[in-house]
Design a protein. Structure first.
Length: 259
């Protein structure tokens, strides 16, 4: 892939600069025998380029997943399994997977500069709201991985969402949808699955058919894989976006069949 090919070509994380560049440089440093090629430092991936945004997304995602997983004092097996599932869905190469693991571990360290890193990520994403939302969805799913969302995790999610430009009500809405998505995927009760389907689409069970269709189209537009990749989602995350879109469609079809 284009962005990984440039990163692995020897430019390290220094093409980004700032905390994101430092994080990626540290993760990559263990897997190259030579030092970083800093020629043209800061210009290797031009600001606003797709490759640069993809690199920032990859770096921010796995490091903040580690940060959230460690926020309650320990990393649970379910949180590790979620990170591994994301890596499998991305079909990472062995080297990419090791870099993702190292980024996850960097996020677990004391003093992880989460606010500075998020501030840079927001600037790199250049107001691509759907891309930022996709990132936040992955982070929220990490917090939900152990089946619980304690007060500390919720406060951290509020801080992260605010740093990315999301209002508290937007985070609350997202938390409801991610909770519904998790239940929709695993419940065996048809009644419970129907309730989860409404939550996944972010609407009440009393919503009109017209509002239901509007919510469905909005969700599909926000999670359309091709549109997300065009905005800077790494190609490897296409399967994750596709699965989300499939679940949204399945929830909508279930609700329509029961009306």
């Amino acid at each position: 892939m284009s962005w990984w090919g440039k990163v692995a070509g020897g430019a390290f994380g220094f093409m980004l600069g700032g905390p994101l560049g430092a994080l990626l440089g540290a993760a990559l440093g263990n897997y190259f025998d030579t030092g970083p090629d800093t020629a043209g430092s800061g210009d290797f991936l031009g600001r606003g380029s797709t490759e640069r945004i993809q690199t920032a997304f990859f770096t921010a995602t796995f490091s903040v997943m580690g940060y959230i997983a460690k926020s309650d004092g320990h990393v649970s097996r379910s949180e590790i399994e979620l990170a591994e599932r994301v890596m499998r869905q991305m079909r990472l190469s062995p080297r990419q997977r090791q870099v993702a693991v190292d980024l996850f571990n960097e996020g677990k360290q004391d003093g992880f500069p989460v606010l500075q890193m998020l501030d840079q990520f927001r600037r790199e994403a250049a107001r691509r709201s759907t891309l930022l939302q996709m990132f936040l969805e992955i982070i929220v799913a990490t917090a939900f991985a152990d089946g619980e969302l304690d007060a500390r995790e919720r406060n951290l999610l509020q801080t992260i969402a605010s740093q990315l430009g999301f209002a508290p009500r937007q985070l609350d809405h997202l938390l409801e949808r991610i909770s519904g998505q998790a239940r929709f995927a695993r419940t065996e009760s048809s009644e419970e699955q129907l309730r989860a389907a409404y939550k996944l689409l972010g609407v009440s069970e009393k919503v009109s058919d017209a509002e239901l269709k509007k919510a469905y189209r909005r969700q599909m537009n926000q999670h359309h894989p091709d549109k997300l990749v065009a905005k800077g989602l790494p190609d490897e995350m296409m399967d994750i976006a596709t699965r989300k879109a499939q679940e949204i469609k399945a929830a909508y079809e279930l609700i329509k069949s029961k009306r």
